[in-house]
Design a protein. Structure first.
Length: 161
């Protein structure tokens, strides 16, 4: 009975007063979220986590003057056998990093978060190198170098924590 009363009270409060957004100055009406007894687990990876990594590594790699968007995407939105990629426009200093949705991952759930952060770092290093003249016929050398650098940077970062 108490549960029903709490649900009703939260519904009334949500209906009467809108939640105001400080960023936009707009008001939004919110409905209470009442979940059934069997709730689904929290997602392994959230947009906020990915955006946080981009923000952190953007600063560390001196890419603050870039507008970098990050998207969590399904496997068919990435090149074959890729778990992430980046597209950029050097003149506009804009980039989009796409990382694989954990739903499509073959990794153990316990490895998904670390691997996704590594993917973000990896793609941002590609972005850092984008202005250098690279040989399109030998991209495997760039890929090997980016793999080594991104792993080393992440290892160093985790040792400090």
């Amino acid at each position: 009975m108490r549960f029903c009363a709490l649900v009703f009270l939260s519904f009334v409060l949500a209906s009467v007063g809108g939640a105001e957004s400080a960023k936009t100055g707009a008001a939004a009406r919110t409905l209470p979220s009442v979940s059934p007894a069997s709730t689904s687990p929290a997602p392994l990876l959230t947009a906020q986590m990915a955006e946080g990594w981009v923000h952190t590594w953007q600063k560390r790699l001196a890419l603050e003057d870039w507008k970098i968007e990050v998207k969590i995407v399904r496997v068919w939105e990435l090149p074959q056998d890729a778990v992430a990629n980046v597209h950029w426009s050097i003149p506009n200093k804009k980039a989009t990093v796409k990382v694989l949705n954990p739903v499509d991952s073959t990794l153990k759930p316990s490895d998904v978060i670390d691997d996704t952060e590594l993917s973000v770092v990896h793609e941002l290093i590609h972005l850092s190198l984008a202005k250098l003249p690279l040989d399109p016929n030998h991209t495997e050398l760039e890929e090997q170098t980016v793999n080594h650098i991104s792993s080393a940077l992440l290892d160093l970062s985790r040792r400090k924590q």
